[in-house]
Write a protein that binds this ligand. Structure first.
Ligand code: NAP
Length: 351
């Protein structure tokens, strides 16, 4: 048996989350590893999933296990595992079928994991995977080139913070412009922003009219095309997903019923139609738009982040660290749902 943070039913209230004892997960393929968890970080998908927002694509059995991001130590390896051995320190964003990282143990595919550099602690490592990979893959999909001007909204949220840092350290962007609320201005500059707009005092779409070669939206604002130059690339990770993005949450081991398949097809059609309507401003300005969905990839994580973490060039900002208790988990989700964290929210499971 092991302890895991769970929700007994879909709920908007973190008071419904509880740490319970469950049968310990087992390796089901030769390419999996078991990890003893030291830290997990929260992402908005954790509370959205607990609210039932992706239940059409992924109808899961209860209790729902919580958490996608993990850092810890490998305790068991499958016979086909090549990159890790027992005792290795690893971090990653687990695949949908292994969700449940806010727990004493988790099983993960080795392909989801990267080694933690020696100089990096478990909490900093747990902060990176989901938000960091999303930022990296979004900027890559947008084709950000050295010297270009980048706009990122929500520059001190999880995704925004990594986008600022990567724009400077990995992509070599020229000007890096972001929006934050007043108390986060200095932190955004420390992460790499060269120009910061306080969105509580100014309308960023007016003061930043047509400045960006590449624009990344992390707050779900369909007017962000206004900051992009005509013919620029704009990507969002937070607007209404397109229909294909819903497939990202599918888990083949959880088959859909006939009714479930119909519901998913209807949901995809509805979001595609709504998305077409929402993005009419982009088309009118000739701004190329796409919605980006994270691809879980341990080798990308290692390649993109390990050198920056190991050298100390990238130090993820931690908003708060909570203990692995009922109260700690509930408080962490309450902060995440409020949507105003500065950097990442961590749950420390083990010293
Ligand atoms: N598509 C994907 O694969 C993918 C992957 C990761 C995340 N996401 C989505 O991306 C979004 C952001 O995720 P996250 O992890 O960065 O969330 P987060 O850590 O909760 O950060 C949210 C940030 O948004 C800022 N914010 C709120 N309203 C704002 C506004 N009007 N203007 C500027 N900033 C504002 C908040 O700062 P203030 O206190 O300054 O308001 C906060 O720092 C979520 O919707 C998440 O579900 C999608």
């Amino acid at each position: 048996m092991y302890k895991a943070a769970t929700a007994a039913r879909y709920t908007h209230d973190p008071a419904g989350f509880k740490i319970v004892e469950l049968p310990r997960p087992v390796l089901t393929t030769a390419t999996q590893v078991e990890i003893i968890v030291h830290a997990a970080s929260l992402n908005p998908i954790d509370f959205k999933r607990a609210e039932g927002m992706i239940s059409i694509a992924l109808p899961e059995p209860f209790p729902l296990k919580l958490g996608y991001d993990v850092s810890g130590v490998v305790t068991e390896v499958g016979s086909g595992v090549e990159r890790f051995k027992v005792g290795d320190r690893v971090y990653g964003r687990v695949h949908a079928e292994h969700v449940g990282t806010i727990a004493e143990y988790v099983v993960a595919e080795e392909s989801a994991l990267a080694p933690i550099p020696d100089s990096v602690g478990y909490e900093a490592a747990a902060a990176v995977p989901l938000a960091g990979l999303t930022a990296k893959q979004a900027l890559e999909a947008a084709g950000l080139q050295s010297g270009q001007t980048l706009f990122v909204s929500g520059g001190m949220g999880g995704v925004g913070m990594f986008a600022l840092a990567l724009a400077k350290l990995h992509f070599g962007a020229g000007e890096i412009i972001t929006t934050v609320s007043t108390s986060k201005i200095d932190k955004a500059r420390e992460m790499g922003a060269t120009r910061v707009v306080d969105y509580t005092k100014e309308d960023y779409t007016q003061v930043l009219d047509s400045v960006a070669d590449v624009a990344l939206d992390t707050i779900g604002d369909a007017t962000f095309y206004k900051v992009a130059k005509p013919n620029a690339n704009a990507v969002s990770v937070a607007m209404l997903p397109d229909g294909n993005a819903l497939d990202h949450f599918r888990q083949e081991t959880v088959p859909l019923s006939m009714l479930g398949s119909v519901k998913l097809a209807v949901a995809k059609t509805v979001v595609n139609c709504a998305g077409w309507f929402l993005t009419r401003g982009f088309r009118a300005k000739n701004v190329r738009y796409s919605f980006i969905v994270l691809r879980c990839d341990g080798e990308d994580l290692e390649r993109s982040f390990n050198p920056l973490l190991a050298s100390g060039a990238l130090c993820p900002v931690i908003s708060n660290t909570y203990p692995f208790t009922d109260e700690g988990v509930r408080a962490a989700f309450t902060e995440s749902r409020a949507g105003h964290a500065t950097g990442k929210i961590i749950i420390k499971v083990k010293d």
